[in-house]
Design a protein around this ligand. Structure first.
Ligand code: PMV
Length: 355
């Protein structure tokens, strides 16, 4: 039997409690784009866990029948609540006890909703950390810290694939890979100790090219990979890129790191452009910023590179020790290209925490 299945019942225990967790967003270095079956990734991926972009979620729970009422930023949000209720029903084979409780969930994001930062990773991982805490309170089955995180990552994956990586500090890796010990399609693992410490304090300045809601959701984007003519080549390339990236990160090899990270970002968007129907999430200002970053790097030889999420915003990545020079470059050349001059300053962070 799957080690994550817990068929224990609440029964006639009198339940009434509350728990709050904070969990961050993450930015993928090798991208997950394409899935199969029950949220299985078509290729392995790895991401920096962020620090400042997080969701904070309080779960109040009591005896009930699986009903969810959700407040987002203080306001009742029926659509989001229905989504969570559906998710909890969908994992009834794993945790049937959710259907014996009612939940009042209040969630807030540290970043503006309209900033174009993916919120599903932080929101779903914060929710699942809370759910695991409740499970452990009721059944004392997750008292081993590593197993607690593994189950939280497993549940987060079922809620939103990339959320599986957010529970871990600094660097989360998800997806089975022959060269990564302990890797799995079912949950992410913490790989930060296998890389050079220079990556433990990396900076991430998020340059907002557009905060408009994406035309194509990531759910639809993953689905389109089923028909993408380059899919098989891509899945193979991603696994190769992951092996090369992990070696580069282990050796503190910033040149190879930057080369692979940028290639991954542009490949993700190339896959969108070659899907049917084809779509483009980049904005003209995204391209201007990329050009400017590459020119700056060539001129100064400073190790600064970019990555992109499924959207137009640039995630500038650089080691902490060149922050002053990079901040000046941002002010001089990139700020004017950002929508309303919006930049969100973030950095590698420590994963989910209980409040
Ligand atoms: O977890 P999802 O289904 O929102 O997909 C995330 C996909 C990317 O953010 C584009 C890449 C990644 O690995 O995070």
């Amino acid at each position: 039997m799957n080690e994550f299945i817990n068929t224990q019942k609440v029964g006639n225990q009198n339940i009434n409690g509350e728990t709050t967790w904070k969990s961050p967003s993450n930015i993928a270095l090798v991208k997950y784009w394409g899935k199969y079956g029950r949220q299985m990734p078509a290729n392995a991926s790895v991401s920096f866990t962020l620090e400042n972009a997080f969701s904070k979620t309080t779960l109040k729970y009591k005896n009930g029948t699986g009903k969810v009422v959700l407040f987002f930023e203080g306001e009742k949000n029926e659509a989001f609540g229905a989504k969570i209720e559906k998710f909890m029903q969908s994992v009834e084979d794993i945790n049937p006890f959710y259907q014996e409780l009612d939940f009042e969930i209040s969630s807030t994001n540290s970043f503006p909703h309209s900033a174009g930062i993916a919120s599903s990773a932080s929101a779903m991982s914060a929710l699942c950390m809370g759910l695991c805490e409740i499970e452990n309170k009721l059944f004392a089955n997750l008292s081993d810290k590593d197993f607690f995180l593994k189950k939280a990552s497993y549940l987060s994956r079922l809620a939103s694939g990339s959320a599986s990586r957010s529970v871990y500090p600094k660097l989360g890796q998800w997806g089975e890979h022959p060269e990564i010990e302990g890797s799995s399609n079912l949950y992410a693992i913490d790989v930060h100790e296998s890389v050079d410490p220079i990556f433990h304090t990396f900076k991430n300045s998020i340059l907002i090219a557009s905060s408009a809601v994406k035309e194509v959701s990531s759910t639809l984007g993953h689905k389109m990979m089923n028909e993408n003519p380059y899919a098989d080549v891509r899945f193979k390339q991603a696994n190769e890129n992951l092996a090369k990236l992990m070696t580069a990160m282990k050796n503190g090899d910033l040149d190879t790191f930057m080369q692979i990270v940028e290639l991954e970002a542009l490949t993700l968007h190339a896959l969108m452009m070659t899907s049917n129907p084809s779509f483009i999430l980049l904005q003209p200002s995204t391209i201007v910023m990329i050009d400017s970053i590459r020119k700056f790097r060539k001129k100064t030889r400073l190790p600064v590179c970019f990555t992109l999420d499924a959207g137009p915003n640039i995630h500038l990545l650089y080691p902490e020790n060149i922050a002053t020079e990079v901040q000046k470059f941002i002010q001089d050349e990139l700020l004017e290209l950002c929508e309303n001059g919006v930049i969100i300053e973030d950095q590698v962070g420590n994963g989910s925490v209980k409040c």
